[in-house]
Design a protein around this ligand. Structure first.
Ligand code: NAD
Length: 336
């Protein structure tokens, strides 16, 4: 029986992996992410199935290969946790889940945007400590007469745009590759126009290392309205935290929410009694409730999980029956 060791399985996810196991794989479900320390747990398996922040670097891939494990699959869209160069040299097969419910991330982005917009974190925090006073800072606009700016109108961006449009907002979009599908939900404008008009700006741009690091820098922030909010559920590397802190402190931006960080491996799954390892993130944390932080839970919903599990199991089935998957991940040919 084909045995898969699956890492990063939360206790509430176990039943999904078992219930959706229509090909009757032998499952070894591990709650921890794959690390250098726990790699031995993969021994005796035919394959591993990873999630974001699992370590699949040269050291771990060499061990998996030595133990005869030829399939290093991930149930994520992103593959930046897998050393593709080493995987290619070792002839390991890598596959991913190219898409799952876009509502998972889009609904979180809306929730964070609305929390900032209606100051709900501030006021619920106040009432929690017995403060029922209403201050002028709690005064709000309404979404149905506001402007939303979606940067990156791909799967998640379009979904968020459709939800905001359903709430009556005017939705502007910026994307270097505008599509007819997205035009149903956004009016395409330049990035500068979007920044100058939007009350909430939401980022849905993939991170390309070395190409769009710090897309949100002081120049970008300078173009936003001083009473507007920024939401990042895409990737931490897209935002220059130092410029962001300055904009928030100088009241050039009204608030910020993020689900994503640089160096997530140092943060996720851990509990910090003192300061966070990244001093800029620590400074942002201190700006709560002007700054809202969630621990990369954008895809943590049951429909998204079901998609990830089903597609991963299908990937294994296809590779075992046909020798390849439609979702194979290959090193770009220029690097071969
Ligand atoms: P997608 O590939 O469908 O869409 C991305 C869009 O961004 C494309 O239309 C592309 O043309 C556009 N784009 C690229 N560079 C741009 C730029 N500089 N300015 C404006 N637009 C630009 O991707 P998706 O499925 O919508 O996901 C978007 C991102 O969300 C992912 O790349 C990932 O980083 C992030 N994500 C986060 C979570 C989470 O849990 N928070 C989960 C899944 C994905």
């Amino acid at each position: 029986m084909f045995k898969i060791t699956i890492y990063g399985v939360h206790s509430n996810e176990v039943n999904y992996f078992k219930r959706l196991n229509k090909y009757n794989y032998k499952l070894n479900l591990i709650s921890a992410l794959l690390t250098h320390e726990n790699i031995e747990t993969a021994k005796g398996s035919d394959a591993v199935l990873l999630r974001a922040n699992c370590i699949a670097d040269e050291q771990n891939l060499l061990k998996l290969n030595k133990w005869g494990i030829k399939y290093v699959f991930t149930r994520t869209v992103g593959i930046d946790h897998i050393d593709l160069e080493t995987a290619t040299k070792l002839n390991l097969k890598v596959a991913r889940v190219p898409a799952y419910s876009p509502y998972a991330v889009a609904e979180l982005a809306i929730t964070l945007g609305m929390m900032l917009f209606r100051h709900t974190a501030t006021v619920t925090n106040n009432t929690h400590i017995g403060n029922f006073a209403i201050s002028p800072e709690n005064f709000s606009k309404e979404i149905n007469s506001s402007v939303i700016g979606i940067i990156g109108t791909g799967k998640i961006g379009i979904t968020e745009a459709s939800l905001y449009k359903g709430m009556g907002a005017k939705v502007l979009g910026y994307d270097p590759y505008p599509t007819a599908k997205a035009s149903q939900y956004v009016d395409f404008v330049t990035q500068d126009e979007l920044l100058s008009k939007a009350d909430i700006v939401s980022l849905h741009v993939p991170y390309f290392p070395g190409q769009n690091d710090n897309l949100v820098n002081s120049e970008f922030l300078e173009k936003m309205k001083s009473d507007s909010f920024l939401v990042n559920t895409a990737r931490g590397e897209l935002v220059d935290n130092i410029a962001l802190i300055q904009a928030l402190r100088e009241e050039k931006l009204a608030g910020f929410a993020t689900d994503v960080f640089r160096d997530e491996g140092k943060l996720l799954g851990r509990i910090f009694k003192k300061n966070l390892p990244d001093p800029t993130l620590e400074e942002l944390r201190e700006l709560y409730p002007k700054v809202l932080i969630t621990p990369h839970i954008g895809s943590y919903t049951s429909p998204a999980l079901m998609d990830m599990v089903k597609i991963s199991y299908d990937n294994f089935h296809q590779v075992l029956t046909e020798g390849y998957t439609d979702n194979d991940v290959k090193l770009p040919s220029v690097l071969l």
